[in-house]
Design a binder for this molecule. Structure first.
Ligand code: BTN
Length: 252
C-alpha cells in the first residue's frame, strides 16, 4: 500500500534538536507525517556526531516522522530520496540548482547548503525513521569564517529567502518522493534520479574517509542499497555504506 503523507506541523521557538523532539514524539505514538520545526536549535546534530550550528532564523531546521512500509533493504534509500526532495524544493522555491554529494549533502557551487540526518527509533508500533533537514538560509558574520565550505541560500541567490515557502515546498516534495519509493519500481526510480542529479555518482575522483581507513578512487554509481561504488586505484570496487566522501578531481 502506498503511503499518504498528511503532514502536521509542530512549531517551536527553540529546541535542543528537531530530530530529538521528533523521536520523542514518535515514541509517544506520533503518526507518520509529523513535522517538527524550530527557529533555533541548542544541540543541533549532524552526521558522525558533529554539531549542526543552528542560529535563530538563520536556517530551516525541521524533522519529519516516517513509518515506512518498505522492505529493510530499501530503508537506506529514504536518505537518498530526501536529498532529491530537498533539491526539488530548492529549485521550486528559489530557482536554485543544486548537486548532491553522497549520500545526502546538498551543494551549490561546490559548497554545502543543506545537510540531512536520518535516524531510526524503536516505538511501540514499530520502527520509525526521523529525517532531519537543515538548510542554511542566511549568512551570519559570526559563522562565516568557521564554515568556509558552507554557503547560504542568501549568498547563492542574492535574495532574502522565505523559510515558510521552502518548508511547504519541501513537505510536498518529500510526500511525492516517499510515495515513489513505495511503488513497485520505486527503488530503481530513486536510484536512477539520484544518479542523474549527483555529480558524485559516476567518474568523480574521491577520497573516502572511513572509520579505520582512507580510500582513494573513482566513483562508479550506486549499489541497489544506495551504497557508493568506488573503484580504488588497485582496480577493485569497494562499496561505501558510511563515511565522508571528498571530491579530488573529475576523471572520465
Ligand atoms: C549533516 O550534514 O551532518 C546533517 C545535518 C542535519 C542537520 C539537521 S537540522 C534539523 C535536524 N535536527 C538536527 O539536530 N539535525 C538535523
Amino acid at each position: 500500500m502506498e503511503p499518504n503523507l498528511h503532514p502536521v506541523i509542530l512549531r517551536f521557538d527553540s529546541l535542543d534538536s528537531t530530530n530529538t523532539e521528533a523521536s520523542r514524539q514518535a515514541i509517544r505514538g506520533a503518526s507518520e507525517g509529523l513535522c517538527i520545526v524550530a527557529r533555533e536549535q541548542t544541540a543541533g546534530r549532524g552526521r558522525q556526531q558533529r554539531v549542526w550550528t543552528s542560529l535563530k532564523d538563520a536556517g530551516l531546521y525541521c524533522s519529519l516522522v516516517l513509518r515506512p512500509r518498505l522492505e529493510t533493504r530499501s530503508w537506506p534509500l529514504i536518505t537518498l530520496m530526501s536529498a532529491l526532495a530537498v533539491g526539488d524544493a530548492m529549485l521550486e522555491t528559489f530557482e536554485l540548482k543544486s548537486d548532491i554529494k553522497w549520500p545526502n549533502d546538498i551543494h551549490v557551487d561546490g559548497r554545502k547548503v543543506c545537510g540531512i540526518l536520518s535516524e531510526t527509533v524503536e516505538t511501540a508500533v514499530g520502527r520509525a525513521v526521523i529525517v532531519g533537514i537543515g538548510v542554511n538560509l542566511k549568512s551570519h558574520a559570526e559563522t562565516q569564517e568557521l564554515f568556509v565550505d558552507a554557503i547560504s541560500v542568501e549568498e547563492a541567490t542574492g535574495l532574502l529567502p522565505d523559510s515558510e515557502s521552502l518548508l511547504s515546498s519541501l513537505i510536498s516534495a518529500m510526500a511525492r518522493r516517499y510515495m515513489t519509493l513505495h511503488q513497485l519500481d520505486g527503488r530503481e526510480e530513486i536510484l536512477k534520479e539520484w544518479t542523474a542529479r549527483s555529480s558524485y555518482a559516476e567518474g568523480m575522483r574521491v577520497r573516502v574517509t572511513l572509520e579505520d581507513e582512507i580510500l582513494e578512487g573513482v566513483t562508479r554509481g550506486l549499489a541497489s542499497d544506495g551504497a557508493l561504488r568506488v573503484q580504488i586505484d588497485e582496480g577493485d570496487i569497494r562499496l561505501v555504506h558510511a563515511g565522508d566522501v571528498t571530491a579530488l578531481r573529475s576523471v572520465s
